[in-house]
Ligand binder design. Sequence first.
Ligand SMILES: [Zn+2]
Length: 341
Amino acid sequence: MTPVPVSTEHIPERPACLACGELRIAATYAVKEMMFGTREEFPYQECARCGSLQIVDVPNDLARHYPQHYFAFRRRENIVQQFVRRLIDSQRVRHELGSRNLIGGIASMFSKPLEYVSWTQTAGLDTSARVLDVGCGEGKLLKRMRLGGFSDCTGIDPFLADDRQLETGLSLKKCDVRTFAATEPTSFDLIMFHHSLEHLPDPNETMGAAVRLMSPGGTLLVRLPVADCLARRYFDTNWVEWDAPRHLFIPSSTGMELLAKRWGLQTRLSRSVATAGQFTGSELYRRGISGNADRKERQIFSRRELEDYRRWTDDANRQGTGDQREFFFTRETSAAVSKAA
Ligand SMILES: [Zn+2]
């Protein structure tokens, strides 16, 4: 295979790749803000080694691109709904984690899979695991996990109004992961980044902080968009997950693994988990329709087209080319090393 020629003229001015540290750039792109339709352009650079993307300059006024409602918690469950969920979900979680029971079995047959059970299973953990959600927002996922029986849930997010102890076993803290790691004595069995790492200007230092918080044998779960996907190849800068300028860093699959490796992490599992939004959202942007356009203006797809997008998404996920991935990282323990040796 002939290597792609790489321009080196920008080396002195450009920052290194946030994933792998490479200085050479394969290409630059001008990407428009489309979620709120300001259509301002932001330059991004693509790493010549690993293909990761990053914004060239982090805007000084980044907060302007996160309007108040961006963080809003859409719907709160009332006390009765929470009571029912606590009753049924806890049985479901127990059932799906191996303690078979009738209520949990029936509920599992008639409901959508609980994703957090799949993550927990993959990490080889049960409901006693100490769980940390980095960039937890209002803590929606952790509240669901707590109702499902997880006994030790912590969330951190610098955008929270204040610290909150929501109930025994569920607390949210207003801080970023680097500050948290500097003072927190607890280590966690499952640390999760759900679409938060790509919003941070310092993914390398953030990963380092997460590693300091991992328990021996713990798992770091990172879910985020990846640059090496079918939707980006097809839609180029209209790819919906580019999401300029909020996504400051979009690693390639290789880039994410190289970044983890810098902190002594191994990839236990990496899988493609895109939704059909990779096509519908990107097609809307391609046609110049922003994310905040009228619902009517956004309803441009026929049932047939939507079916096609869902089928293509299933195919892409099977082939590993969906636009979102989840990575399960573990730290090689000395026991595992000696076993391997
Ligand atoms: Zn790179």
